[in-house]
Design a protein around this ligand. Sequence first.
Ligand code: ADP
Ligand code: MG
Length: 310
Amino acid sequence: MIALGGNAIKQPHERGTFEEQMRNVETATVQIAAIARNGYEIAITHGNGPQVGNLAIQQEQGAHMVPEQPLVVLGAMTQGQIGYMMQQKLNNLLADDGKEVATVVTQVIVSRDDPDFQDPTKPVGPYYDEETAKRHGAKNDWIVKQVRPTGEKTWRRVVPSPIPLGIAEAGVIKKLVESGTIVIASGGGGIPVIRNGEGKLEGVDAVIDKDRAGAKLAEEVDANIFLILTDVEHALLNFGSEDETPVEKMTITEAKRYLSEGHFKAGSMGPKVEAAMGFVERGGERAVITSLGKAADALEGVTGTHIVPG
Ligand code: ADP
Ligand code: MG
């Protein structure tokens, strides 16, 4: 199970043109194709923050011409968008290896009782000044919050970031992976759905952390390795200080201690380490956190941060 970080699709300095994104996806899929040729069965998940942010702006700006679609649908749109780009690149790279590739539009089940629905924490979409934020909030029934202390535009919409409880399409994803298909699934953390009073699935405007959803999917497809690819080669101790130290290997016990000592920041490395631990605690062989360019090396054990039982 491979989780791709945001930089695999859009670099921070880029605007997110189609050409830029295709170039990044090419780099990412070259790594994945090499892993596939080494004989691994692969499922891939990915982030969608910048893509869904841009789509949100398009919804708002085009609202006088065509109806705005809700956030939950934007999540589905980006799964198709990014899935298409990765699918095509992988098809082209693996044409001679007889590998098939498919994207599954994936619904991830969350609970309406998740505490994050009471106090949403995840900022989405553009920044606004206070007045515009409150106007949009009132019109669309959004919760808006000030998310940075200074500047002209400091307000954003915030949505819940609930814990993933299950993957609606887990069965078909597992069958595809076992048949040797490279599957792209649960993009952007998945389309958040709840079971309503009648037990039926229903979309909710929320954002599930992609590393958490990746760990859930890893568990449901019985993955033995969960590879989290981001923009740093190792998780570091004393992050941001002068004595930063890369972690090459940590047991669950050690990871818990480092987490409680505050080495891994909330919202970035923190959820990755937690997702890695969760996967290993529920029976996974090992989880590895490393940079995109080091993916194949890290799988061979040469680099990366390895999270193992114990
Ligand atoms: P992704 O898009 O891959 O999820 P994130 O930005 O969410 O990327 O997480 C990766 C970032 O986590 C790194 O670029 C780094 O700035 C930050 N980070 C926070 N704590 C640590 C740490 N202890 N070690 C390494 N990186 C850390
Ligand atoms: Mg992240």
